[in-house]
Design a protein around this ligand. Sequence first.
Ligand code: ADP
Length: 592
Amino acid sequence: VIYLYFYQLAMIFSLLASIFVIVLTWRRRGAPGAAEMIILAAAAFIWTLGYFIEANSDTLAQQLFFNNIGYIGSMSVPVAWFAFALRYTSSGRPLAGWKIALLSLIPLATVALVWSNSGHHLMWSDERLATSGPFTVTAKTYGAFFWVAAGYNYALILAGAVTLMRRLFTGTPLYRNQAIALILAVCLPLVWNIIYIFNLAPLPRKDLTPVVFVVAAIAIVLGLLRFHLLRAVPFAHRFVIQQLRDGVFIFDRGDHLLEANPAALRTLGNTRNIIGKELEHLAGLSPVLEIIRAARTGRQKMPLTIPEGGRFYELEILPMTDRQPGRHAGWLAILHDVTERQQAEEMRLELERRTQNASRLAIIGEMAAGIAHEINNPLTPIIGFSELLLNKELPPEVKDELKIIYDSARRTADVTRRLLTFARQGKPLRSLSRINEIIDATLKLRSYHLKSNGIQVITQLDPELPPTLADAGQLQQVFLNLIMNAEFAMQQAHGGGKLVVRTERQGDAIRISFQDDGPGISAENQARLFTPFFTTKKIGEGTGLGLSVCHGIIAEHKGRIYAESPAAGGAVFIVELPILTQEETPASDTVV
Ligand code: ADP
């Protein structure tokens, strides 16, 4: 009699607990796996209800009928459980419809066979009323399909448990308690069911599985309340990590890589199959992992910058503590993407450099113009009178010396004229000009010297280049200067060389480059190239005004001139001119 009361009470408990689980889960129905958990609890309710009424019926027909009702529930529980496990561990991705249909095939067939059993006896035969302890029960001999259904159910329940266990051992330890609660909840009824079916315990022939569901339901409720099971938290965490622009690597206590978000994977290039491996073995696969290892072992100072794939990251290593404070669960390597900040800093710097350079050149230009004017005034009578005197009858030695005065004065006048050009005193005379033609003409002008200096000239001129408003004479002066500089540099370095002249359209600009294979330009000199009087040539070989004049002319054309010294060697001088078709003022005055 004690058994009877115990069973009755347990089943009522079980029914109430199922309802409780449904209500609680319903409140968190948005969480991953909640829908499956509700179906599972509802199925358990039907199962228990069927058995409860069966236990309280005393005709065979009635008992069989409610037993069959119970089957609807008992066949749905494993499917719901397995679907729950899949969904919970896949961050809430819903199962595909066809997968659910496939999983439901055997349960549906079983329920159909249960209800039509009298026709085929595939589920059971020899059903009769019997007494077992205090109960009147239906005794039966199980048929072939019963074992198929039972085997299938066990397989699903175990598969669900294994899915969660995998999460338990490979996932973050933070959710271990939840996984344990769940697995306990499901394994208890399973064990009990096996004991019942195979008659392993000296207990009445009354299925105890729904009773054990009380325990299961309580474990689940515990999980819901105590361990925040089914909250959206694991899913939300995952989502945030997936979306982060910062790269996140999660390692366990033993330095095994547990997880890496897409941003982190992007820094690794083509490295595959890294999850679960130890950092020690991973380090060789990519520079980023190598740096993480060095940082982890404290050989690197923090934070450090990793340039990778054109992006810049700052590395941060964070210990990960468990729910219990102070318990070490693993650690994180976070790559903060600081590319934008880095670029902005380099841009504030570049702008500063350019502004400084421009204002410095402007001051020098003004001074130079002032000096040029001051020199030009006394120079005019010196040149004029020495020229007059040269035309007179004079002793030869006087004439020779006079010639030196005259030539020197002319050279000085030439310098002042250049200084004035640099200082933008002379406005350009613009007309629609074809850059390629100017280059051809300039090279022709210089062809004899180039050839005799052993310089091979290669031109790659874009035939589609549009004409632009420019002072052809001034541009020729610029090109000539650049060609002669290259010629000199190559001649000095190895008595000849190769000059490549290229033109191409780049958006709204024409890009002209002169590339030589000379000695190139040191970084230190590069900053001073366009400054007047900067020269590395011997006295008499150069004035140091050529490039500053070029700069003045190109600036007057609203263009840009700059030099590069590629790692491969040589120097490249680049002129960029805006494509202008009518006299117009470009939005900004580009000054280098
Ligand atoms: P100059 O030719 O009278 O020295 P520039 O202003 O034309 O004056 O040139 C300044 C300096 O720039 C040169 O003395 C030389 O050091 C450097 N330079 C110019 N062109 C080249 C080049 N193609 N290769 C290497 N150095 C160059």
